[in-house]
Design a protein around this ligand. Structure first.
Ligand code: GAL
Length: 407
């Protein structure tokens, strides 16, 4: 019995062992689309889930596995983490043959290729594009309270206040650093637009990081803090989504993986829930893209399974099936939108428009604006401020110092 179990838990070369953090209901449902697709091709799946939204815990688990000489076959990864691994000699598999044969160069947007194809070598297969500056709202709650969809930051504050006064949880939130950082993407954008976001979050310009505008961005965070419930600390993001789904809360600011939770609960956009950009951030999109990075394996047969997995991920039919469930939009630009719901259609249009206008920006909260060390330094300051350790002016000063120290 023990032997059977041990054997069952060992990946064969022609299987894939996949390290990921998709453990919430909607995420798991999306992952099943990939699992089933591969299984239909005879590729087995050994699951290595590491819970924790945003993937910090997964990245820690990955480092331990690689250090032990036991890298998983395929790993879910974000932006700058991919670049960090790409700089390690001889660790990652090369997907260029598949990418060239399937012409990924022509269909994957440049903003994503920056991470999938550093130094001209394809090392990751992008599965989706998410964006973080979204609000999710319970439509029945809004209707009952006479709240119209807010279109400016001040209207949003007024709507949150109405919900709070009516005894609802105004803003469903989970007090974890990455969730606060997710809101921060929007606070920075709503304060100073794309230019300020670029200067502070991406270029890491100390002047922008310590500016009066940054103080105002922190003030917006403090406003949000006043609308969360007493039990927010440590709550998982999907439990916060559930509060909006079941009508306990009015709004959640979260990336569009939250839509996966609404869909998984059988809810319909426009009827049961609303999706709109965080008021004050319209026209800008802070994006992140989940990619699967393949790690070199001892057996040659592993490469066959890795290439098959990469091919499956980039197939247009898979991109549609998967992203409909996940809440994201396709990583390919040539996939038609007609099978997608209204939130995704809106997302796809806005993504294309932002790319055109130069307002498509990497999400700081999700590893697409700056390297992990800087991101984590920012997380610390943002969370400390959210929990009342710093006032906004001090937080901006601390941000300058933390970013400098992390570089
Ligand atoms: C993001 C990831 C999404 C979603 C989210 C919450 O970083 O890109 O796919 O899983 O974390 O877990």
């Amino acid at each position: 019995m023990a032997l059977t179990m041990a054997l069952a838990a060992t990946a064969q070369a022609e299987d894939v062992e996949v390290l990921h953090w998709w453990t919430a209901g909607g995420e798991a449902a999306a992952l099943n689309v990939l699992k089933d697709d591969l299984q239909a091709q005879g590729i087995g799946w050994l699951d290595m889930p590491v819970a924790g939204g945003g993937g910090e815990a997964a990245m820690t688990a990955l480092r331990a596995r690689v250090t032990a000489g036991d890298a998983p076959t395929a790993v879910q990864m974000l932006g700058f983490d991919i670049l960090d691994w790409a700089n390690q000699p001889d660790v990652l598999a090369d997907l260029s043959a598949v990418a060239t044969a399937e012409n990924w160069d022509a269909v994957i947007p440049a903003a994503i290729q920056k991470f999938s194809k550093p130094n001209g070598t394809w090392i990751a297969a992008p599965v989706n594009v998410h964006s973080t500056n979204w609000v999710w709202a319970n439509k029945a709650v809004l209707d009952e309270l006479g709240i119209a969809e807010p279109t400016t930051w001040d209207e949003f504050i007024a709507a949150l206040q109405t919900a709070k006064d009516a005894g609802k949880v105004a803003l469903a939130h989970g007090g974890q650093p990455w969730q606060e950082a997710t809101i921060f993407d929007s606070a920075v954008l709503a304060t100073g637009g794309a230019e300020f976001y670029q200067k502070s979050m991406i270029d890491l310009d100390p002047e922008a990081l310590g500016s009066e505008q940054m103080v105002q961005a922190f003030d917006k965070m403090a406003q949000m803090r006043s609308f969360v419930d007493d039990n927010f600390s440590g709550r998982d993001w999907n439990l916060a989504s559930a509060m909006v789904i079941n009508g306990e809360a009015a709004f959640q600011i979260m990336g569009d993986w939250a839509k996966g939770e609404f869909i998984n609960a059988g809810k319909v956009p426009g009827t049961d829930f609303l999706c709109f950009r965080v008021p004050g951030t319209e026209g800008n999109v802070t994006f992140n893209s989940d990619q699967f990075v393949m790690f070199k394996q001892a057996e040659d047969a592993a490469a066959t399974a890795q290439n098959a997995m990469a091919t499956a991920i980039e197939s247009p039919a898979f991109q549609i099936a998967f992203n409909k469930v996940k809440g994201s939009v396709p990583a390919r630009t040539d996939v038609p939108s007609d099978e997608f719901d209204d939130c995704a259609k809106k997302g796809m249009e806005q993504l294309a428009a932002a790319a055109e206008a130069g307002t498509l920006l990497g999400s700081m909260g999700h590893g697409h604006a700056n390297p992990a060390a800087v991101k984590n330094a920012m997380y610390d300051v943002i969370t400390a401020h959210f929990n009342g350790e710093y006032d906004s002016a001090t937080a901006a000063e601390e941000l300058v110092a933390a970013v400098e120290a992390a570089q």
